[in-house]
Design a protein. Structure first.
Length: 378
């Protein structure tokens, strides 16, 4: 008998081995779901059936413990929690049937690939590891650099149809300190939060600062113990945010640092409603504005909860592609199995199409793509 499970931020550390020699799953960043299978590919999947933000599966002395995490201070009267145990023939088939079960509970349909603008088109990304991530050599501003990139694509007849803006352009106290507003730094985008690129966009949020411009306008849950951070629990927040985003061309919204919010704060794990309420407001605003969602830096519990979020169509399945490890594409196989079972597509992160002998000016790390063929194929 063997086991398979998933661990780590980005769910990018699949774990497998002989039962019952289980690793120490902590019930938070590892152990959900747990797949048991024999040499004939008969399989059983064990996972929560709800309360995903606050439930887990922990291992101890060859046993698995399923339930509510100890970070939850109180359970309301009438609270219930269920665990799924689903068996079948074939690991892939059993995982897919398990995903259908959770999708049915959540009332979510599997997304059509080409009905999602970002999934259905070639895009240019500026995430950590990208050529123009937070630097713009030979240009005075990031705005000038992106305009030049757009012009170069047009000259080469490369059909890039949207642009992603990552964490480097908005006023913030850092990714974990959190964003203070969606107002661009003047030194990055002199034209401000306007449609100056005149192209569809994928826009981004890291964690949210409890010192932001928004705290006095909307209702927030605040945790100032480590990062002075917060999550919005006001339905108006994402409606207003996404209306502003779609006004300048936003097609997809990316929520990042979910595992940090889960593992390093008490924002979503100290009661049974806050995490679900947070992303429900995000989902409702996305539906109202015709936007889709990508989640990044998930734990597996977030992947399970996506079965309740109709507009979440894709999620990051690897680490940031800083090109320091050509093997960090490898988890996409097993992580892709988990994600597709749950009804969304795995995302690789940005990759370089540049030839291996082209280096990035002012690059302080690995300055070329060591795995270009495989990465671009994926």
């Amino acid at each position: 008998l063997r086991f398979l499970s998933w661990a780590g931020c980005q769910v990018q550390s699949p774990v497998n081995g002989e039962w019952p020699s289980l690793p120490p799953f902590d019930g938070v960043s590892s152990g959900v779901p747990l797949v048991l299978h024999d040499s004939g590919a008969r399989a059983v999947v064990i996972s929560p059936m709800g309360n995903y933000f606050v439930s887990g599966q922990k291992t101890s002395q060859g046993t698995i413990q399923c339930g509510i995490r100890g970070t939850v201070a109180d359970l309301p009267a009438g609270f219930t929690h269920e665990t799924a145990i689903l068996g079948g023939q074939g690991i892939n088939a059993t995982m897919f049937a398990w995903g259908e079960l959770l999708l049915g509970i959540g009332g979510k349909s599997r997304p059509e690939l080409y009905s999602d603008y970002v999934l259905g088109h070639l895009g240019y990304w500026t995430d950590n590891g990208a050529y123009y991530y937070n630097i713009n050599p030979n240009f005075s501003t990031a705005e000038d650099a992106l305009k030049a990139v757009k012009e170069d694509f047009a000259n080469r007849d490369i059909p890039v149809r949207y642009y992603q803006w990552d964490d480097w352009w908005m006023e913030s106290d850092g990714d974990k300190g959190g964003m203070r507003s969606w107002v661009p730094w003047q030194r990055k985008f002199p034209s401000g939060f306007t449609d100056w690129l005149k192209e569809p966009l994928s826009l981004y949020a890291p964690m949210y600062s409890s010192k932001s411009d928004w705290v006095s306008t909307y209702r927030w849950k605040v945790d100032d113990t480590k990062y002075n951070t917060a999550i919005p629990l006001d339905s108006r927040f994402y409606v207003d945010m996404f209306k502003n985003g779609t006004a300048i061309g936003m097609k997809m919204f990316e929520q990042d640092f979910m595992c940090s919010i889960d593992g390093e704060t008490l924002l979503t794990n100290s009661d049974v409603t806050s995490g679900a309420q947070w992303v429900a407001h995000m989902d409702a605003a996305a539906q109202a504005t015709g936007t889709t969602l990508q989640w990044c830096m998930m734990n597996a519990a977030h992947a399970l909860h996506s079965t309740m979020v109709k507009t979440m169509t894709n999620g990051r399945a690897t680490e940031d592609n800083g090109r320091s490890n050509p093997k960090n594409i490898e988890p996409m196989g097993q992580t892709g199995l988990l994600y597709f079972s749950l009804g969304f597509f795995p995302s690789r992160d940005n990759v370089w199409t540049t030839a291996p002998d082209v280096e990035q000016p002012h690059c302080s790390g690995y300055c070329f793509e060591p795995n270009a063929a495989a990465d671009n194929a994926a």
